[in-house]
Design a protein around this ligand. Structure first.
Ligand code: SF4
Length: 353
């Protein structure tokens, strides 16, 4: 057998930040055998371990080299809070370009699926008035590896079920970290990697039209747009992004996206009392979405003492829902999960319940 060249990088390779073919190649190069790179990657995901010393498919002499040269750790769990409805909120430590920071992600178990809501940035620049993350301001982008590691870290918890669905609706505006977020979806869906279904990954944006226009059929995720208002006047007041891309422009880009990709768009619509919950809003919502293949999720606002917005009455929510439903739109009322631990939509801010 040829001697194994030891090409140790000055910095360990960040395993979870590498696209799968790249990981196979770079790790293979470390030990001078390409197929051992593939074997490493497959061992991680099939046997759920990141310790090269346990990788029986790799010769024993090579394992210490990999142990020293590949960094593949989980994210440290700073805090874990369990809601009465089974939702679990994780506060995780990350090392960003601006030093150590903390992010949140939320595990949401349901009968037939288990969803993880991941963060794409620490804090956020978008300034949506109803959102607690906005109050943090922007701190830093996350790397693709830190997004993948959120999934990996939660799946390491022995008491939790395997994640079937991933939504990019945690801290941050995913399309403000566009290439990184796309890279993370390619890693998560790769068949020789975590192998998550592209149909079960949803990336949500407040409406960065320039980025929506760059999406292609091949991007392995579904698009969700956080609409929340039906007039420019109101939307610009509570979502500053609307001043840059008003509703008509946003809807036109969604139409182009649906035509180009043959995928339908999900519109997220937060129902806020006296802001977005009137029958007039319901009528305008039907009109705005009429020519776009889509489904609509109505999200009754999660009240907190940190914002002035209120949840509409159950009666008003039912009326709004009935109006949209009567116009043959697939429309669903999303259940609020994890309110008691500040894990529900728009509540991620490092708040202790
Ligand atoms: S709703 Fe999303 S985009 Fe808007 S401030 Fe909150 S995290 Fe950012």
């Amino acid at each position: 057998m040829m001697p194994i060249p030891e090409i140790r990088p000055s910095e360990p390779l960040d395993f979870f930040d590498l696209e799968i073919p790249d990981a196979e190649e770079k790790i293979g190069a470390l030990v001078g055998r390409k197929f051992h790179g593939a074997s490493f990657v497959s061992f991680v995901y099939k046997h759920n371990t990141i310790d090269p010393l346990l990788m029986t498919s790799i010769p024993q002499s090579m394992r210490p080299i990999l142990k020293d040269s590949v960094s593949a750790s989980s994210l440290p769990i700073v805090r874990k809070q369990v809601s009465i409805d089974g939702t679990v909120k994780f506060l995780l430590g990350v090392h960003t370009e601006k030093g150590p920071q903390e992010i949140e992600c939320v595990y949401i178990p349901e009968k037939t699926r288990v969803t993880l809501c991941v963060s794409s940035q620490v804090g956020c620049k978008m300034g949506c008035k109803f959102c607690l993350t906005a109050q943090l301001g922007f701190k830093s982008h996350l790397s693709a590896g830190d997004i993948v590691r959120q999934v990996w870290t939660v799946e390491q918890q022995p008491e939790l079920r395997k994640i079937t669905n991933i939504v990019y609706m945690g801290m941050g505006e995913p399309f403000d970290n566009f290439e990184t977020v796309k890279k993370s979806t390619r890693i998560l869906t790769h068949q020789r990697g975590p192998d998550k279904s592209a149909k079960r990954i949803t990336v949500s944006t407040v409406g960065l039209v320039d980025k929506i226009d760059l999406l292609t059929k091949e991007d392995p995720f579904r698009l969700a747009v956080s609409l929340n208002c039906t007039t420019d006047e109101m939307r610009s007041k509570i979502m500053p992004v609307n001043q840059r891309w008003p509703i008509e422009e946003l809807m036109a880009s969604c139409r182009r996206y649906a035509d180009r990709t043959n995928k339908r768009v999900t519109f997220e619509y937060i129902l806020m009392k006296d802001v977005s919950d009137t029958l007039e809003d319901a009528k305008r919502l039907v009109r705005l979405t009429s020519s776009i293949p889509c489904k609509i999720n109505l999200i009754p606002y999660n009240e907190s003492s940190f914002t002035e917005f209120k949840r509409p009455s159950d009666e008003q929510i039912a009326k709004f829902h009935a109006h949209v439903l009567n116009h043959d739109k697939p429309v669903f009322i999303r259940k609020n999960r994890g309110n008691d631990i500040y894990a529900a939509c728009g509540m991620l801010k490092r708040v202790n319940a």
